[in-house]
Design a binder for this molecule. Structure first.
Ligand code: NFS
Ligand code: SF4
Length: 621
């Protein structure tokens, strides 16, 4: 394995972990070596109890499973299940936000408000819900009900498809992949991948795209839009990132996971005078709420709350010895945290009925009692403060300022109200194109190096980078989300950023907020009267690991955007299927995947792709 991380804060905590004999994901990754070759190539199947079956990658026997499934069938089925799981995770999160809006409208949710009434009314209009002269609660109730129906819809296709450029929508219709209800596509994916149902890798892949699209233009888009209604649409905001945001003299609460419904309340509760006074009584200077992973992104986008780190830093935060409580909800939470926390005083608290962890304290969270529960959790952290082991405290110095909060609305505002300045800059070649660099950390890649190398190379070549998820946190920690980072950009992009006072790398939010990127791409395509696949745009997931990332990849490519993967998906043993993903998809969808583990080469692929698309639009490369 190469270096573990390029992040100094991470490296210093890894040293501390080694000295104290604490295992982290990197150690467990090493213990897994060599990883199973069949699994890596996508050549094993456990979809029925005649199996498990595996295919010989060297062309020897066996070449099919007991039922006769080939390598292509097996790998395609497995990938479709990954898409279904990823789409389910995002969309169930979306459903929870929709439910919270509904309960807020009914007056049954404690502590929530409708913060962006303008957005609520605009969405209502989009869904054909009358809003004039009606209270915001009435409108929100109807809108939320309408949204709930879109999950298990009985009619037509998803409403947000009205945002998709005409050409793309027609293509989806023609291919039979315009997403219907969100739940329906996921259930159908599970049905098709059952033993002996869909065995045609092309047909499986098409449904994979449809399932992904139901996430991107459905579940995730609901999560984003309804979060904005409830918690406010993000506007540019500054804050701090990396483990240095943890404060030795304060009660530190790390909120980790994905859904903003809980973290928003904790942010609110931590401002409670009584609780702050309680913290002072225990000898602390105050209460410091920090984010981790996407829940961190949600609250930093809206409040500038400090973000302690990305995916691979969750254990490292505990190892500082100053996290008094880590509160988790759903997704990307390593079960290993309980073992790590045993060596420190950190109280781990799970909150979602969907996500329990052995030996972890559970404080059930519900919208109806949200603020009370949040207060209870903050109190637990305060009470835990005196239990710190003073000899084992070490907080890294690293902390870096960032600017985040670039919702579509905020970008438009920065541009002076219309997309035109951006379009003009693209046409003039000041900005060559736009790349979305997104996704996770993965111990297979030196932490953050994939994100940083690609991003730096792209901005140097005048490609505007938009980000979400753990990729955005990587860039925050490296200072790339500051307007000053324009100095690292090429002359064209740098000039545009300086004129607008924005960074060359725009933080657009959590992973469900990739829907914001879709909306931006669609708006640009519509303004130019072309398809999304005609745009000088690309996607990259340099360090991806989660099934959500697989769903994202499928809807991004399905929406017409070329995407480079930096970790190798488990498909390469299936030759025809791999060929379809990396080449055939181009003819069908106007976009395909590339796999490139060298981030500099990945950036080159993107730059070449953007040059070709510029040419296609009659623009100078
Ligand atoms: Ni996205 Fe967010 Fe991070 Fe990956 Fe996990 S936190 S939803 S899945 S690891 S980027
Ligand atoms: Fe084997 Fe076919 Fe069953 Fe998969 S579905 S385990 S390939 S028999």
């Amino acid at each position: 394995m190469g270096e573990k991380s390029v992040d100094k804060a991470s490296l210093s905590m890894l040293d501390k972990a080694a000295q104290e004999g604490i295992e982290t994901a990197w150690d467990r990754y090493e213990k897994q070596q060599p990883q199973c070759g069949f699994g890596l190539l996508g050549l094993c199947c456990r979809h029925c109890n005649m199996g498990p079956c595996r295919i010989d990658p060297f062309g020897e026997e066996p070449q099919e499973g007991i039922c006769g499934a080939t390598a292509d069938t097996i790998a395609a089925r497995h990938l479709l299940r990954m898409i279904a799981a990823g789409a389910a995770a995002h969309s169930d999160h979306g459903r929870d936000i929709v439910t919270t809006l509904y309960e807020t409208a009914e007056g049954e949710a404690q502590g929530y408000q409708i913060k962006d009434e303008g957005k609520l009314r605009a969405l209502a209009a989009e869904f054909g819900i009358p809003e004039e002269g009606r209270s915001k609660e009435d409108v929100a109730r109807d809108l939320a009900r309408e949204a709930m129906e879109e999950f298990g819809m009985v009619k037509g296709t998803l409403n947000f498809l009205n945002r998709v450029p005409e050409k793309r929508r027609q293509l989806w219709e023609k291919l039979g992949i315009a997403p219907r209800g969100i739940d329906r596509e996921i259930v159908e994916a599970m049905h098709r991948t059952h033993m002996g149902v869909d065995n045609d890798y092309v047909n499986l892949t098409l449904h994979g795209v449809r399932t992904g699209l139901s996430d991107g233009w459905g579940g995730s888009m609901f999560a984003t839009e309804f979060s904005d209604v409830l918690f406010g649409t993000p506007q540019p905001v500054r804050g701090k990132s990396n483990l240095g945001v943890l404060k030795e003299d304060q009660v530190n609460i790390v909120v980790h996971g994905h859904e903003p419904v809980l973290s928003e309340m904790i942010v609110q509760a931590a401002k409670d005078e009584e609780l702050i006074a309680a913290a002072r009584e225990k000898g602390a200077q105050g209460i410091n709420v920090c984010g981790m992973c996407c829940t961190g992104n949600e609250i930093l986008m809206r409040h500038g709350v400090p973000v302690a780190g990305n995916f691979l830093q969750q254990e490292l935060a505990v190892i500082t010895g100053v996290v008094d409580a880590m509160v988790v909800d759903v997704q990307c939470i390593m079960p290993a945290l309980t073992q790590v926390a045993k060596c420190y005083h950190t109280k781990l608290i799970s909150t979602s009925p969907k996500a329990r962890f052995p030996e972890m304290e559970h404080v059930p969270f519900s919208e109806r009692t949200a603020l009370d529960t949040a207060r209870q959790i903050v109190k637990m952290a305060v009470d835990n403060y005196p239990r710190r082991n003073k000899d084992r405290i070490q907080v890294p110095d690293e902390e870096m300022e960032y600017m985040a909060g670039f919702s579509v609305e905020a970008i438009l505002k920065a541009l002076g109200g219309s997309l035109n300045p951006l379009l003009d800059a693209i046409k003039a070649g000041q900005i060559k194109g736009i790349a979305a660099v997104v996704g996770c950390n993965n111990p297979k890649v030196t932490q953050d190096s994939g994100h940083l190398t690609i991003t730096r190379e792209l901005i140097k070549n005048d490609v505007l980078v938009v980000q979400t998820g753990c990729a955005a946190i990587a860039c925050a920690k490296a200072g790339l989300l500051l307007p000053e980072a324009a100095d690292q950009a090429g002359p064209g992009l740098s000039a545009v950023c300086k004129a607008l006072g924005i960074p060359p790398v725009l933080h657009m939010g959590s992973c469900v907020d990739i829907s914001r990127i879709l909306v931006t791409a669609a708006a640009i395509a519509n303004a130019l009267g072309v398809d999304i696949s005609d745009l000088p745009a690309a996607g990259a997931a340099p360090e991806w690991m989660s099934e959500k990332a697989v769903s994202i990849g499928s809807y991004v490519v399905g929406s017409g955007v070329f995407t480079v993967l930096g970790t190798v998906p488990q498909v390469l043993g299936a030759k025809k299927f791999t060929e379809l993903l990396t080449k055939g998809a181009q003819d069908v969808l106007g976009a395909a995947f590339a796999v490139e583990t060298d981030p500099l080469k990945a950036a080159e692929l993107i730059i070449e792709h953007i040059a070709a698309k510029r040419k296609g639009l009659g623009l100078e490369a």
